[in-house]
Design a protein around this ligand. Structure first.
Ligand code: GLA
Length: 409
């Protein structure tokens, strides 16, 4: 009874507030790390502290990866006697406040996970009926980010459930980035621009580049499938709210070329860059991918336009992303298992991005300097056609800058 009265009182309070999402938290796609892809339910405070240390030592924090996000299974078996959430005291003996303080002291931010239904996907308590209490507790603990999942939500309306949690987060008084993990079932891109800062456009990613992974009743998506589900949604992404094709698998066991293609396409799609690997023992090859500042800059470009899959020739795709100051990112993406030789005839790619930015490439009139972002910044120009080799399941990524402009470096 006490619990019900408390929840009702909070509801009444909330109804008088202007319910809006926290603004200004995701002007560019969020960047950070999440525990799920590598560690699933095997998380504890020591791991999270070590990850926070590694984020700083490896330079990931400096490169912009600021959120350290706990995913599922941080929970105690039950809520406390008043219905507030509590953490697993064996895995997190110092408590969440101490963990948040530790992460903040490193100059980083910290995220937590819950679910709009009665149970999380890992079987822990969900937030339904406790939204205001949960938001309040996350704020008191010092969290900066909430990923809100969609298991055990039979008969719950997604728009209502996510809006309720948005309002609860607002009412709790601490700016908390709201990551909606509803897998795209109700097309949140059509209704959630003022609800969340990012929404999953796909089911769960798996550790596979091109093949779906069947797990009995559900399939984990390959990298290619995530791209194909997310690519058509570009008109819904903008500063403040992003399409989320799921967290990165880079460094978890794909081939280096596949990791490079995966990371590049996420950047071309202005996707949140949430690492999912063990950053404490990252290989040099992985570090070279996730720490490439010029590639990250494509993702984080202030224009905030999700790139366009312009065309495709037998599995070789051509992607363009308009960038600030008249630049373009241009990516050749070879989905096939064979290397491809291709001659880029620039005026062939003259087009206007009518759907989103209204920008034109205008190769006929504008000469661009071309900088090869994965190959040491080698440069050439669009004056002449260029013959390139795009290795199997790999990319070439270029930054095009109008030649008349002052050199940027
Ligand atoms: C769902 C989400 C995943 C992860 C797990 C945790 O499957 O989509 O990203 O959070 O739940 O149980």
């Amino acid at each position: 009874m006490k619990r019900i009265l408390f929840t009702l009182a909070l509801f009444a309070l909330a109804s008088t507030a202007s319910a809006q999402k926290w603004e200004g938290l995701a002007e560019t796609p969020p960047m950070g790390w999440n525990s799920w892809n590598k560690f699933a339910c095997e998380i504890n405070e020591e791991l999270i502290r070590e990850v926070a240390d590694a984020m700083v030592e490896t330079g990931l924090a400096d490169a912009g990866y600021v959120y350290i996000n706990l995913d599922d299974c941080w929970h105690a078996p039950t809520r406390d006697a008043d219905g507030f959430p509590q953490c697993d005291s064996v895995r997190f003996p110092s408590g969440m406040r101490a963990l948040a303080d530790y992460v903040h002291a490193k100059g980083l931010k910290i995220g937590i996970y819950s679910d709009a239904g009665c149970r999380t996907c890992g079987g822990r308590f969900g937030s339904v009926g406790h939204e205001y209490q949960d938001a309040l507790q996350y704020a008191r603990w010092g969290f900066d980010y909430l990923k809100y999942d969609w298991c055990e939500t039979e008969n719950i309306d997604p728009k209502g459930a996510y809006t309720l949690m948005r309002d609860a987060l607002r009412e709790a008084g601490r700016p908390i980035l709201f990551s909606m993990c509803e897998w795209g079932h109700s097309k949140p891109w059509e209704w959630a621009a003022d609800v969340g800062h990012m929404w999953r456009s796909t089911g769960d990613i798996g550790l596979s580049f091109s093949e779906q992974i069947v797990h009995g009743s559900w399939e984990a998506n390959s990298v290619l499938r995530c791209i194909d589900l997310n690519a058509p949604l570009r008109r819904y992404a903008a500063p403040g709210h992003w399409n989320d094709p799921d967290m990165l698998e880079v460094g978890n066991g794909l081939k280096n070329n596949q990791d490079r293609a995966h990371f590049t396409l996420w950047c071309m799609m202005a996707a949140p860059l949430i690492l999912g690997n063990d950053v404490r023992s990252m290989s040099d090859e992985t570090a070279a991918i996730v720490l490439n500042r010029e590639v990250i800059a494509i993702d984080q470009d202030p224009e905030g336009v999700q790139g366009l899959r312009h065309s495709e020739e037998e599995g070789l795709e051509f992607w363009f992303k308009p960038l600030a100051d008249g630049d373009w990112a241009f990516c050749l993406f070879n989905r096939t298992k064979e290397d491809r030789t291709y001659t880029i005839d620039w005026p062939h790619f003259d087009f206007v991005d009518e759907e989103v930015s209204q920008r034109a490439t205008a190769f006929g009139e504008t000469l661009y300097d071309v900088r090869d972002l994965w190959n040491g910044g080698k440069s050439f120009s669009t004056k002449k056609p260029r013959t390139v080799v795009v290795p199997a399941e790999d990319v070439l990524l270029y930054r095009l800058t109008p030649a008349a402009k002052q050199p940027r470096r």
